[in-house]
Design a binder for this molecule. Structure first.
Ligand code: SAM
Length: 332
């Protein structure tokens, strides 16, 4: 067949992410008993990625897990009386942009760590498939409680988990209105998660999302994982590879490296911003016992290739506190 174009090609990147997650989970890199329900044709040769990719997926998943856990673990001071040192438990929410087949909600729920509210956005073509999988699988639907499905199967609401169909290029007002109608609360601490998503948008569209959040939320953390360094040999290969499949990394041109990524959030209204490429994350944050465990699963022999690959992916996070209640979110 021929490669799909434009939005179809972008939507197909979700299948890649899901199969990569399944491959690494099957081999025991991390615990995800839910991802298998979202893979449509898990033929055996598709199911197994190269060791290099499995290690990469491991870092992507566990790095984001750690950032999400940090956010959920922040004890928030009483907004009415920030000078009192009484940290109180405040409800939090998570908004996932371009969530695709992400299983994070079920993984958090399994650990009893799910936030008060959790919202996912993606194209209706993607949310419909996700909702169909949820309907089919007792393991997925059971933990949601009563579910209400609308928009021809593309929208799902339950007590704490919501899937909304929409195009991120028109985030405000169409998606923001739908969010607020579904119970999204601008006043409570909010984590916005964009995992390999902003990079597919025109930079100005991504900027609008980042600014809307900084202008409208009182206490928030924005976490991004995506590609950088498009201009060296490896970066050009990465871009060509995607382009041959009809996908362009539009966002990478204006935000091609760690410094410009950090500057993006600062210039769009966030109090502070940090970044790390996956190579530095691996060296500084993965324990030696964990490295041993990974090597026992699959040894990596192309260390130079590994290092190059990791330099082209990064975590970026930014936080803001309009309430001056002492809410902060710093490094790993
Ligand atoms: N975040 C998921 C993960 O990491 O597994 C999926 C990542 S996948 C590479 C990119 C996702 O972003 C796809 O599900 C795609 O449909 C979604 N996406 C890209 N552009 C979008 C847009 N303009 N509106 C809504 N969703 C979009």
């Amino acid at each position: 067949g021929h490669a799909p174009k434009g939005d179809d090609a972008i939507r197909q990147t979700n299948d890649d992410a899901t199969i990569s997650r399944l491959s690494a989970a099957n081999l025991g890199y991390f615990h995800d008993p839910f991802v298998k329900y979202f893979v449509r044709r898990p033929s055996s040769n598709e199911r197994r990625r190269s060791p290099l990719m499995n290690w990469g997926t491991y870092l992507r998943v566990t790095g984001l897990d750690e950032l999400v856990d940090r956010f959920l673990g922040i004890s928030v001071a009483d907004e009415q009386d920030p000078s009192s040192s009484n940290a109180i438990e405040t409800a939090k929410q998570i908004l996932v942009l371009g969530a695709g087949s992400d299983t994070r909600w079920w993984r958090l729920k399994e650990r009893g760590k799910q936030p008060a509210q959790y919202f996912e956005i993606d194209f209706p073509e993607i949310t419909s498939l996700k909702i169909a999988s949820i309907k089919k699988n007792e393991q997925l639907s059971r933990s949601l409680g009563t579910i209400d499905i609308s928009s021809g199967g593309a929208e799902l609401h339950s007590q704490a988990f919501h899937i909304l169909p929409g195009d991120l290029r028109t985030f405000h007002p169409s998606i923001t209105d739908a969010l607020v109608k579904s119970g999204f609360n601008k006043d409570i601490p909010t984590l916005i998660l964009s995992e390999c998503v902003l990079v597919y948008l025109d930079p100005s569209r991504g900027d609008s999302i980042i600014s809307w959040c900084s202008e409208n939320l009182r206490r928030a953390v924005f976490v991004t994982y995506e590609q950088i360094l498009p201009d060296d040999v490896f970066g050009r290969m990465m871009l060509r590879n995607l382009q041959s499949r009809g996908v362009d990394l539009r966002g990478i041109k204006e935000y091609p490296d760690l410094a410009s990524q950090v500057a993006r959030y600062i210039s769009l209204g966030w109090d502070e911003s940090f970044s790390v490429n996956l190579n530095d994350f691996y060296n500084s944050s993965v324990s030696s016992s964990e490295k041993k465990r990974l090597t026992a699963i699959e040894a990596l022999d192309e260390l130079e290739e590994w290092r190059m690959l990791l330099q082209h992916y990064c975590f970026v996070w930014a936080w803001l506190d309009r309430s001056k209640s002492g809410f902060t979110f710093r490094s790993f």
